[in-house]
Design a protein around this ligand. Structure first.
Ligand code: HEM
Length: 380
């Protein structure tokens, strides 16, 4: 195993010691495999895309899909647990919030301070934990975007609940749901206050201007908090680790290399759907109500080993294109924000071509595989 592969393996197995090995073993049996008590596992990009695009056949709202997890906490109209025309209408209304120009301006404003501080510490020969920098930065960006101030404690509690969710669980346990509801309710109250103030520099204010009601705005804000931090905490340190382990400094990271690292790490390793009716996926029979597990990581990894040059000559098959951000109507709404934040951190590290990883520790038992710590020091 190459160095990068060894570390990526450790990141995956620390997060999901059983599920990761199980999925790999399942994928070795074929592109679509039924696994008792888990569901029908898809590890082929073309089939995965077909499932994600067939929104009549496979939904996020039925049994076994992620909707069951979040509906008790967020209410029934929280984007990630909606389908059909209602979902499309809410997406249309939200779309303008994540335009590349707007998110780049917010990132620049919010991240200038913390990234400047990171650069100063590195330049002075100090050690920087990139996981912490990214978590604090991503949290600040989301809080700025949505207009939630003075909510650190509730946010941390909500994030802890998200991190504690296990892969195969389809509902939160009583205590988890109570804790999550408490922390999220307080975040929701802060969102509602921003909504009522109608300040269009905040998401709730803009949502109001877009015609959303208070409950929709409340839920949307919480969803952004849930989706907009752990994904980046997962990806950015792994991007820097991957390139480091492949012998490259951050000055060598191009947009093509960022895409290649997204393919290899696939920060959201699974997407869950529920079969709305009986049918077949790749020749395997699926019963109505059965869970379909899209093993995104295995779909994208099938296209080869990590190419440190960004693989400019490798074919770019249509079925693979940005599958790590999903496909179809639920395609990642925050992609422009994610890319702006990744580029901002890479831009700040670019001045340190001799960056070294001095310490690292994969995070144990988390939903989204990540490093718990990645300490960097500038050398040379
Ligand atoms: C590298 C970082 C990220 C990755 C890999 C990623 C990946 C994904 C994927 C795979 C989905 C589709 C899930 C499904 O169909 O079941 C998704 C949806 C979503 N993402 Fe991201 N995401 C990232 C960052 C972000 C950020 C920064 C935000 C900001 C708020 C965000 C907001 C969302 C939202 C709101 C949805 C739900 C869209 C819908 O259901 O219509 N994501 N993301």
């Amino acid at each position: 195993m190459d160095e990068w592969e060894r570390w990526e393996h450790r990141v995956q197995t620390a997060a999901h010691p059983v599920a990761y090995r199980l999925l790999k073993a399942v994928a070795a049996r074929g592109p679509v495999v039924r696994v008792p008590r888990v569901g029908v596992v898809v590890s082929d990009a073309r089939t995965a895309r077909d499932v994600l695009l067939d929104t009549e056949g496979y939904t996020k709202t039925g049994p076994g899909a992620a909707g069951g997890l979040w509906t008790p906490v967020l209410g029934p109209r929280a984007l990630i647990n909606m389908e059909g025309p209602e979902h499309a209408a809410l997406r249309r209304r939200l779309g303008g919030l994540f335009t590349p120009g707007h998110v780049a301006a917010v990132c620049e404003r919010v991240l200038r301070g913390p990234l400047g501080e990171m650069e100063r510490r590195l330049a002075a020969g100090g050690e920087v934990d990139l996981v912490r920098v990214v978590r604090d930065g991503a949290t600040e960006v989301i809080r700025e975007l949505v207009g939630l101030r003075d909510t650190e404690a509730d946010f941390a509690r909500a994030a802890a609940v998200v991190a504690g969710v296990r892969l195969w669980r389809t509902s939160l346990t009583g205590r988890q749901a109570r804790e999550a509801r408490g922390a999220l309710a307080r975040l929701g109250d802060a969102a509602a206050a921003a909504y009522r103030a109608g300040d269009e520099s905040t998401v709730p204010g803009r949502l109001r201007a877009l015609g959303l009601d208070e409950a929709e705005a409340r839920a949307a804000v919480v969803v952004f908090l849930l989706t907009g931090t752990e994904t980046l905490v997962s990806f950015v340190p792994r991007l820097i680790a991957l390139t480091h382990d492949a012998g490259l400094g951050p000055d060598r990271i191009t947009d093509a290399l960022i895409e290649e690292a997204l393919r290899v790490t696939s920060p959201t390793p699974l997407m869950l759907r529920s079969a709305a009716r009986a049918g077949r996926i790749g020749g395997v029979r699926v019963e109505a109500g059965e869970r379909v597990v899209i093993a995104t990581l295995l779909c994208t990894r099938a296209y080869g080993s990590f190419a440190p040059d960004g693989a400019p000559d490798r074919p770019d098959p249509a079925e693979l294109r940005r599958l790590w951000f999903g496909a179809g109507p639920h395609f990642c709404l925050g992609m422009p924000l994610a890319m702006a934040e990744v580029r901002a951190v890479v831009g700040a590290l670019r001045g340190f071509p001799g960056l070294r990883i001095v310490r690292r520790r994969p995070a144990r038992g988390v939903l989204i595989p990540a490093y718990a710590r990645l300490s960097l020091r500038a050398t040379g």
